[in-house]
Design a protein around this ligand. Structure first.
Ligand code: SF4
Ligand code: SF4
Length: 130
């Protein structure tokens, strides 16, 4: 059987919702781009901060390890990833700790993935290639 490699979409498997249960959640180790509005819904920006200059807030959120970068051209933030590339909101049980307010890029995955309709599914505990 072919080994799934998270950064090689050609090795990904065809997505089916039932695959998510008991999955290692490789999708939550890919970079996640979010808007200021989404950071507001996650509770990391105040309402009036969303419309003002974002660079200063980006520096604060970087220090807090909520984001790892901010692109002033696109006005998009990249969520912080731990050294093993796990999303800042991924729990030890490989679940999303902010599921109700998760960003839209997470809600639409894998329709919007590098290989639409496919994802880096791997059974929890099996280990992954990165
Ligand atoms: S990698 Fe695929 S199967 Fe696993 S949690 Fe993400 S979307 Fe679900
Ligand atoms: S916000 Fe939640 S669903 Fe999105 S990548 Fe992080 S842990 Fe996964």
């Amino acid at each position: 059987m072919k080994t799934v490699e998270i950064h090689k979409p050609s090795t990904w498997v065809k997505y089916k919702p039932e695959l998510c249960k008991g999955c290692f959640a490789g999708c939550c180790t890919l970079p996640v781009l979010v808007t200021a509005e989404e950071l507001f819904h996650l509770g990391f920006l105040k309402f009036d901060e969303v419309t003002g200059p974002l660079k200063r807030h980006a520096e604060r959120l970087k220090k807090k390890k909520i984001i790892q970068s901010y692109n002033s051209r696109t006005h998009l933030f990249t969520l912080y990833q731990h050294p093993n590339q796990d999303c800042v909101f991924l729990t030890k049980d490989r679940l999303c700790s902010v599921y109700e307010n998760r960003p839209s890029i997470c809600r639409t995955f894998p329709k919007n993935s590098k290989r639409p309709g496919f994802c880096p599914h791997q059974t929890l505990g099996k280990g992954t290639e990165k």
